[in-house]
Design a protein around this ligand. Structure first.
Ligand code: ZN
Length: 574
């Protein structure tokens, strides 16, 4: 491919709205352009990477016995109503009305459509197991799309669904996908781990997320090197036994103290000379768009884990209450809430259960309570595990020390059981002719996220360093002076030779300064650079540079193809 005939608009300036390296570099390398918030065009270089990732995914899915299909992206509301998700899914579901006033959604995931297909076609145990997948455009109306294609609203996803006779067979299908996903991420050149995860809006009995480890990741993984436990921090259980340093102290009388303008725990603790663990943090939450408002209590040095809270309450949606609601419920501004004489349901985290003489808001502006005690001064309606695991907590499996890492979720697999098949009456006849419900699994991979995650893991100050397997081209040829006809002929010859040997070659034949060409080659991250200069040519030599290591050396032109071959093998293995 001659660069002069290609469409590769690289950019020197760092885009101002791009917060993470992959977003910045995908724009600068001419891979993507924004059309609207969370909606991007893929330019040719970006599309080449996406196609590479898709091919790896396709190969591994097919190898694991999954079969490719393609479902519509626009889905009638009836199917979503059968499972109850039309109401449950919330505002992320982009709803559309057609000219006949029929309601549709732009599919964010396809359990309903695939289950509908299978229930209409599968009648007998003889047709199971069945594993169907597609690679397709999805839409989720994210409240805050950001990080480029990492958290976009429109995105390409591989979604797959397994259908089995029973839980035992479903477990085998799940393991096959677990293995296939590991192979996909390994082949894509990523450092990753599979961790236990919350089942969230998809539902089901068990799930794993595949996390690419990167400092810029939005997810936090907690792990234990002793027993191998690894979990999304949102899912990790916390041991109920929290030891409070003052557990044995006698209870003192409750007292209201003036704390003018001191709202945060940090401010109040400084003012009162108390530690953060002596505080009861009280947050007011709104449940299911205003159906109820509740107070949630957690020890001052811990954080509330919203997915756990949502699961405990069996709620569809929870959010922190607005300042107006807080005022309605507590008679005070945000920052002064406390459980004493509060007239709403109270959910308490396990961590406050044995607190003695705690500090809390007084439900009165500019006042806090000291020596507030559970059982005497307030009684929670529910006590449970609703907090995030934190650094001082023991491993939930073996009680050893835990560690935290940041990660990017690139894949997610779920054991669904019969959640969807029961709702949609997807059944089969077993060997005795008895009607049984199909057992399902669902499996997703974010295609563009793999590309973005690879950039997060592999980049430097000059640009992207593509893993060899998903690089848009494998070799870039850089002739330094295109006015030198000997040099141009040589570059053309090398391009043809490498292409015939099976390499994907980008030939930078532009009439540009050497510095511009070098900068662009580093920016777009092609693994192997072949630099052709006038001095080398007179000796029958070119220079090879390996992008990942910066290693450069001169090679005889007749040995070039073999050398590129050798470097490729080495890069693929690394
Ligand atoms: Zn452990």
């Amino acid at each position: 491919m001659k660069l002069s005939n290609y469409f590769l608009p690289t950019v020197r300036e760092i885009p101002s709205d791009a917060e993470i390296p992959s977003h910045r570099l995908m724009i600068r390398a001419g891979m993507i352009r924004k059309v609207a918030a969370g909606i991007y065009s893929l330019l040719p270089l970006g599309l080449r990477v996406i196609r590479k990732v898709e091919n790896i995914v396709r190969e591994e899915m097919n190898k694991a016995g999954a079969i490719e299909t393609l479902l519509p992206s626009i889905v009638p509301s009836e199917l979503w109503k059968e499972t109850g998700r039309w109401d449950f899914y919330g505002k992320e579901l982009l709803r559309i009305t057609d000219r006949h006033q029929n309601q549709f959604c732009y599919g964010p995931t396809h359990e309903e459509v695939m289950t509908n297909l299978v229930r209409n076609e599968v009648k007998s145990y003889k047709q199971l197991p069945l594993n169907l997948y597609q690679i397709q455009t999805k839409f989720r109306d994210e409240i805050r799309p950001r990080f480029g294609v990492m958290r976009s609203r429109e995105f390409t996803m591989k979604d797959g669904y397994s259908f089995d006779c029973d839980e035992e067979a479903a477990a085998i299908s799940y393991q096959k996908m677990h293995d296939a996903y590991s192979a996909v991420f390994r082949r894509s050149g990523l450092r990753f781990g599979a961790v236990e995860a919350d089942t969230g809006q998809i539902g089901g009995s068990a799930s794993h997320e595949f996390m690419v480890f990167a400092e810029t990741g939005e997810d936090v993984v907690v792990s234990c090197s002793k027993c191998g436990f690894a979990s999304n921090v949102e899912k990790a259980e916390v041991s109920p036994a929290v030891i409070n340093p003052n557990e044995q102290v006698p209870q003192l009388p409750i007292e209201e103290i003036e704390t003018p303008d001191k709202k945060t725990i940090g401010e109040v603790s400084g003012f009162l000379g108390k530690e953060e663990w002596e505080f009861i943090k009280t947050l007011i939450y709104t449940i299911d768009s205003g159906k109820e408002h509740i107070a949630v209590l957690v020890r001052g040095d811990f954080e509330i884990n919203e997915p756990k809270l949502k699961n405990l309450l069996g709620a569809d949606e929870i959010e922190l209450a607005s300042p107006e609601t807080v005022k309605d419920i507590t008679n005070a501004s945000t920052g002064f809430a406390g459980p004493h004489k509060l007239e709403c349901r109270i959910v308490a985290d396990n961590s406050i259960e044995n607190m003695v003489n705690a500090v809390s808001g007084a439900n009165r502006d500019d006042y806090h309570l000291i020596n507030i005690n559970i059982g005497r001064d307030f009684t929670p309606d529910i006590v449970g595990d609703v907090r995030l695991i934190s650094l001082g907590d023991p491993c939930p499996k073996c009680r050893d020390t835990i560690e935290f890492h940041r990660g990017i979720e690139v894949g997610h697999i779920f054991r669904l059981g019969t959640k969807y098949s029961e709702a949609m009456k997807a059944t089969y006849l077993d060997t005795n002719g008895k009607k049984k419900t199909i057992v399902m699994g669902t499996y997703g991979i974010g295609i563009a996220r793999i590309a973005a995650a690879a950039i997060e893991q592999c980049n430097d100050e000059n640009g992207i360093i593509w893993p060899y397997s998903i690089a848009p081209f494998q070799v870039v040829i850089i002739p330094l002076n295109i006015k030198n006809s000997e040099l141009v002929n040589s570059a053309n010859g090398i391009e043809e030779k490498l292409r015939e040997a099976g390499f994907e070659v980008l030939h930078d034949d532009r009439n540009e300064r050497a510095g511009v060409k070098f900068a662009d080659a580093d920016l777009i991250g092609i693994p192997i650079q072949v630099i052709i200069g006038p001095r080398g040519i007179s000796n029958g030599e070119v220079e090879i540079k390996v992008r990942a290591t910066g290693e450069r050396r001169n090679i005889k032109i007749e040995e070039l193809t073999d050398e590129v071959q050798k470097i490729s093998v080495k890069l693929l293995e690394s």
